[in-house]
Ligand binder design. Structure first.
Ligand code: ADP
Length: 574
């Protein structure tokens, strides 16, 4: 739960500073009124000389200066408070994104997450830079003013006491409505950011399929929704300012009437008291009005805080179980009745199979039979619907995610390369600092040395986000180099479906053979060579495990196998 007030109270120094500055500001306001009235009273009623005025004038100057100074200090403290809290929350968010189980990380739109990190946290700014400082002032200053007003003329004090509560009551009423609208506004903003980034990321695809126009409409609609929600929030904010203005005008009018009658008609008040009270009363109401507008900013922030809370609550507790189950030795993997379904869509039927350490497993089957799905399931990217994947006899989801992923390399058909140099992209394979030599060594084993040498900047050549500028095969070999650095004990490999040239094919096979010395390799296989030399071949057909066994076993027991081999890519058949 993100408790906004609590976050402010935790920053005690700033809060104490705010309270002291507010108290001083209240005193300065009273002092300012006092000197002002003293000057007016002396000049107009007591015919004082300029000489007599000088101390009062200096006094007035002094309190004005104090008031401005306090205002400045309060403003600055508010900004500091906002900065500290926002930094704290952003750090916490980033930590939570980083620590999230992979399952949670791949859910939801990236745009929504970015919006949480940037917009939602920024929404809180007003709460700390405006609302909290104003709230403290509104607790302290009106009370000070009221005490002085009561001491001068209790009837005015009484009128204020009767009328002023209407302001918070009304504010609370409007506030409830505003909160609802602010919630909607926040939600709309999240949706808008999500849609926007989604569309942006898929722009090429959308263009190719002539869908750009339609998506443009989606974005437009999403942005208009956001605009409407914002206007709703503003509408209620303006309405509440109007009402606050009315209430305070009305009470000031009553007070002015009462004081005027006493001063002029009944002659029962001195000019000094009347003037003094009439200067303090508007200050009193101004304070409440300022609080009213700050209150709205504060309410807007509550919606953002709720979004943040929702995120933190969803975050799974990071329990570190199952450590020590994995060593650097490849584990014994068992698919123990594992099944999975994409929503209402494709279903991977329960699969029973064993993959012993250091073995090579091949998953084969027609396109769409569920090979990649099974590979993702073994990696732990998909939660089981029933059954599980046993790692050394322990269900995979009971093993600490971090130590599992430390033992795993997944080389997909289209590995993700980050914006950075080739060197950086290889080095992320290892979770430690790596030397240039190690990176070269890994690059050599993955067979990309020649390719890298042909580039002007070598390993320091930048590759774009998602690996723009490199071919699919080159990206896969960078992923292989990562694996060489990491030296995992389980390698999941989605073999390229496209025909590779002989040279590349050879490098790939040598690389995998090298990696296989220390690891279990599970391949979604398309090449005859890979399939034939595998220890275990899992044949998938429409989401079911149709057969499993070695090449020779399958040749004898599963008739369609031979036919399947015939359509595989030739590769290097020996
Ligand atoms: P293969 O790797 O054998 O070609 P996949 O495992 O990629 O097959 O896909 C199997 C089926 O699951 C396909 O029909 C595909 O449309 C569906 N599928 C794959 N990924 C998803 C997903 N993220 N959501 C819903 N359906 C999916």
């Amino acid at each position: 739960m993100v408790d906004l007030k609590q976050l402010a109270y935790e920053r005690k120094n700033i809060m104490v500073f705010l309270i002291m500055a507010s108290f001083l500001k209240g005193l300065a306001m009273i002092g300012q009124a006092l000197f002002f009235v003293l000057i007016a009273d002396s000049v107009f009623l007591k015919n004082a000389s300029f000489q007599d005025m000088v101390p009062y004038l200096f006094g007035l100057l002094g309190v004005i200066f104090l008031r401005v100074l306090c205002g400045y200090v309060i403003g600055r403290s508010g900004v500091n408070l906002a900065t500290e809290v926002k930094t704290h929350l952003r750090e916490k968010l980033i930590q939570s994104f980083a620590a999230n189980p992979l399952q949670a990380s791949i859910q939801g739109q990236s745009g929504q997450k970015v919006s949480l990190l940037l917009d939602a946290v920024d929404e809180l700014d007003g709460y700390y830079s405006k609302y909290i400082p104003q709230m403290i002032q509104s607790y302290i200053i009106p009370v000070l003013l009221l005490i002085v007003i009561f001491s001068q003329h209790w009837v005015t004090g009484l009128i204020i006491l009767i009328t002023a509560p209407f302001i918070p009551i009304f504010m609370a009423l409007v506030g409830i409505k505003t909160k609802e609208k602010a919630d909607q506004q926040m939600e709309k903003m999240g949706q808008f950011s999500g849609t926007f980034l989604d569309v942006l990321q898929g722009l090429t695809t959308l263009k190719l399929y002539g869908q750009a126009e339609r998506q443009q409409q989606t974005i437009k609609k999403s942005s208009l929704d956001f605009r409407d929600a914002t206007m709703e929030v503003l509408k209620s904010a303006f309405l509440s300012s109007l009402m606050l203005e009315y209430i305070s005008m009305l009470s000031m009018g009553i007070i002015a009437l009462e004081i005027g009658l006493r001063l002029v008609v009944f002659d029962s008040l001195t000019f000094f008291t009347a003037f003094f009270v009439m200067i303090l009363v508007p200050d009193f109401f101004n304070m409440l009005k300022d609080f009213g507008s700050a209150f709205h900013t504060g309410k807007g922030s509550t919606a953002a805080a709720n979004r943040l809370s929702a995120h933190f609550e969803k975050e799974a507790p990071s329990v570190e179980w199952g450590q020590g189950i994995l060593s650097n030795e490849p584990p014994y993997l068992t698919l123990n009745g594992f099944s999975f379904q994409y929503g209402e869509g494709f279903k991977l039927e329960p699969i029973q199979a064993e993959i012993p350490p250091y073995s090579q497993a091949a998953i084969i089957g027609k396109s769409g039979s569920g090979k990649t799905t099974l590979l993702h399931a073994i990696a732990g990217l998909l939660p089981p619907e029933s059954g599980n994947v046993l790692v050394n006899g322990v269900p995979r989801d009971q093993i600490d995610e971090k130590s599992w992923f430390e033992q795993l390399s997944y080389i997909s058909q289209n590995p993700y390369l980050f914006a950075g140099t080739i060197k950086e992209n290889i080095a992320i394979g290892a979770s430690r600092e790596t030397t240039e030599e190690e990176v070269w060594e890994a690059a050599k084993k993955a067979g990309i040395v020649e390719m890298v040498m042909s580039l002007k900047e070598g390993l320091d050549t930048p590759v774009g986000e998602a690996g723009r500028g490199l071919s699919g095969g080159e990206k896969q070999r960078i992923a292989l180099a990562r694996a060489f650095l990491k030296q995992p004990s389980v390698i999941l490999f989605d073999e390229p479906t496209t025909g590779l040239d002989l040279q590349t094919e050879k490098i790939l096979q040598e690389s995998l053979a090298e990696l296989g010395k220390r690891a279990t390799i599970i391949t979604v296989a398309h090449r005859l060579h890979t399939i034939k030399q595998s220890d275990v071949i899992l044949i998938l057909s429409e989401g079911k495990l149709a057969a499993a066994g070695s090449h020779n076993e399958l040749l004898e027991t599963y008739a369609p196998y031979e036919e399947m081999l015939a359509v595989q890519h030739g590769g290097i058949v020996q």
